[in-house]
Ligand binder design. Sequence first.
Ligand code: AMP
Length: 408
Amino acid sequence: MTPIVTASRVLVLNSGSSSVKYQLLDMADSSRLAVGLVERIGEQTSRLVHEPLAGPGAAGGKREQTGPIADHEAALKAVAAELAADGLGLDSPELAAVGHRVVHGGTRFTRPTVVDEEVLAEIRNLIPLAPLHNPANVTGIEVARSLRADLPQVAVFDTAFHATVPEYAARYAIDAATAQKYAVRRYGFHGTSHAYVSRAAAALLGKPAADVNVIVLHLGNGASASAVRGGVCVETSMGLTPLEGLVMGTRSGDVDPAVVFHLARVGGLSVDEIDSLLNKKSGLLGLCGDNDMREVLRRAGEGDESARLAFDAYIHRLKKYIGAYTAVLGRVDAVVFTAGVGENAHQVREAAVEGLAELGLALDARANAVRSAEPRLISAEHARVAVAVIPTDEELEIAAQAYALVTR
Ligand code: AMP
């Protein structure tokens, strides 16, 4: 008799323009079986780093190969070969689905969705809204499907968690017909992270998500804030694209839109040049020449003035959003820091909360200084609002959403 195999594994793919990050998870216990990435796809110096965490390969640790990997198809085939070498191949009956991070779902996709031809066409139609991301996401889906046609491919959208933002917060105050024609509105991004972290915050407080109001500060190289009322997102800082909102590693966040006209008319810059300036040469990088918060902190600590300015601008913007989202929510139960900067930079957390006692925020300095990979409270005992550090886990969230969809 053939043994009954329960398919509980999900392969999560995050395909970027020149990279693919992946994780194989077992949703029976939410454990990770393998993680890795392929970077510099299309160059001579492509690199694949694969780390099996379970099975016979695990003892051998990380494996790395460098050399040209021409395109996403070659990259995913190389990943499939690495997984197969560890007995974790894509042909395994234990694989239940592939979960794909898809950056832009527009207004159409507000839930994880099993990809068929029509869905794929719609994700392609959204490329003008996410020209850097959606093409790679589409390619990832196509290649994964070609490697194993019978496996459900599930698209999990970065925008989906923000679909509940009310119309008056999602709409820009511009001509309604123009906005409608060109799909101009706030979509928000980092949604899987905001969903995961806001739920984890409720768990940390020991309350149902429906009873908890949370401000989530996702501070990575990209950064965004969200206001989540009773588990439902009601406001978020990124907009039509991931450019709006907080000061980021290389993105400006909020600027007067007239900066664009001024640079075009007076500076003679093209639209593409301004796009690149605001997305790739601004933020911390633009203000001080470094986009990595570790460098900014080190230099500011040595008295470097532009690094200090960059840090102060970053913190000032964060405080404005904490204040604004406190007003949006009315009652705040927790402010949560997550992602690279939020999880690691105690100086950022300290400075962002400093002076906000009137809003009920105060830190326990000793708790804030602790480095840990665990969700933890860092607020002072007397503080009205909990402040927490919760490591985000977008891959686990994507896997969980994909798995829930295919096993429903
Ligand atoms: P992410 O996009 O979430 O991977 O975050 C990446 C960013 O986190 C990096 O660009 C750094 O600026 C920041 N980061 C990582 N580790 C630290 C640290 N120990 N202290 C300050 N910032 C950090």
